[in-house]
Design a protein around this ligand. Structure first.
Ligand code: SF4
Length: 378
């Protein structure tokens, strides 16, 4: 565990630039120099309030800092950017952001938040801090998507710390919200914020699809993988999580991706980590059929060729890959009927349901929606 001395020394490296590139590169617009200065001065509460939401520790662990704050840091030119991600995760592990009443700007307002993920709970925390009564509708458990990230990338305790801050502040309703209920919530509450994430998993759409397991089942599964071979289809962070998780549980893992490796949507650091842990990559191929043979899954892979404008040609040139388990990690889309209803009613949306892809944009959306609503209430 990092000591306060360690990360306060790191804070001391900040040059407090007049035009901080770190801040400009942060999707949330965090006032990073001020945060670093407050941490260094041991002003814990001020530091947490500068960040201003409960997900600082999570951002510290899973943001692509090399592309955001650290990539924008003036010291990155000398390859020695201030390690904001590390400071953030270490600091908030020791000093979680306190969700509490801070003003009465939204006092008396009843707010419904649909979706208990990062964006929904950021919005909820911000509205609560401004005096609103907050009800969160979540069919699953809170932070269910984050909880699927393996603990080697995001420690479970980080989520526990956040949940401890919020559970007694909001009314939590365990309920699925469909379009009909969304309309009713729109009538019954003063404000509704839709942040249901992406719930419709993309499918392979090939013969034998039933022999593959989807990433939520795989990551939540408990069956032994010792000595097994796992093929992961996809190129995002979740695909890297599945492959690294398989390796950690004693399996060999191969990631199969339809384009070139540099086209993978996963963060570079996640791809590098997977490779250094022994994950193999087979690129420019796509599964066109799955079948079972002598207890193994046979994946027929067709070679792909990229043409201009992102077009992909699937050729007749095929090969076969034998493995014990095929995992699909192809991403997901939002529930179209919910987003259509929200758009028609003028309901605010944020996070993945609104096209966001990373935790920082989910936080930024939640804070922005809360600011907009609070302003309109003044
Ligand atoms: S760009 Fe780097 S050195 Fe400058 S204020 Fe931000 S963290 Fe500090």
């Amino acid at each position: 565990m990092s000591s306060v001395k360690d990360y306060s020394e790191e804070c001391g490296r900040c040059l407090h630039c007049a035009r901080p590139g770190c801040r400009a590169a942060c999707p949330i617009g965090n006032d990073i120099p001020q945060f670093l200065q407050a941490v260094r001065a041991a002003e814990w509460e001020r530091a947490a309030d500068i960040i201003g939401h409960p997900f600082g520790e999570v951002c510290g662990y899973i943001c692509p800092h090399e592309k955001q704050c650290q990539g924008g840091c003036v010291l990155a030119r000398r390859d020695s950017a201030v390690r904001m991600g590390w400071v953030e995760s270490a600091f908030f592990a020791a000093h979680p952001y306190a969700v509490r009443r801070r003003s009465d700007l939204a006092a008396g307002y009843r707010v419904a938040v649909v979706g208990g993920g990062v964006s929904g709970l950021t919005f909820a925390a911000s509205m609560y801090s401004q005096g609103a009564d907050v009800t969160v509708f979540e069919r699953n458990k809170l932070l269910s998507t984050l909880s699927m990230i393996p603990s080697f990338r995001l420690p479970t305790e980080a989520l526990d710390r956040i949940l401890r801050q919020i559970t007694d502040k909001f009314t939590i309703v365990r309920q699925n919200v469909d379009s009909e209920l969304l309309c009713r919530l729109h009538e019954q509450f003063d404000m509704v914020y839709l942040a249901t994430g992406t719930t419709e998993l993309y499918r392979l759409n090939v013969t034998g699809e039933q022999y593959a397991v989807s990433y939520p089942h795989f990551l939540n599964g408990t069956c032994s993988l010792e000595g097994k071979s796992v093929t992961v289809v996809g190129g995002g962070n979740t695909a890297m999580d599945c492959a690294r998780y398989a390796v950690r549980r004693g399996a060999s893992a191969t990631v199969v991706y339809r384009r070139q490796r540099q086209d993978m949507p996963a963060f570079d650091k996640e791809i590098d980590a997977a490779q250094s842990e022994g994950v193999k990559f087979v690129c420019n191929v796509t599964p066109v059929a799955l079948r079972m043979e002598h207890g193994k899954t046979v994946v027929t892979l067709a070679q792909t060729v990229s043409e201009g404008r992102g077009k992909l040609i699937v050729t007749d040139n095929t090969s076969e890959l034998l493995c014990d388990t095929v995992v699909t990690a192809l991403g997901a889309s939002a529930d179209g009927s919910l987003t259509q209803t929200a758009t028609a009613l003028g309901i605010s949306m944020g996070g993945d349901v609104a096209g966001g892809k990373i935790v920082a944009t989910a936080v930024a959306d939640g804070l922005k929606a809360a600011r907009t609503i609070s302003k309109s209430n003044r």
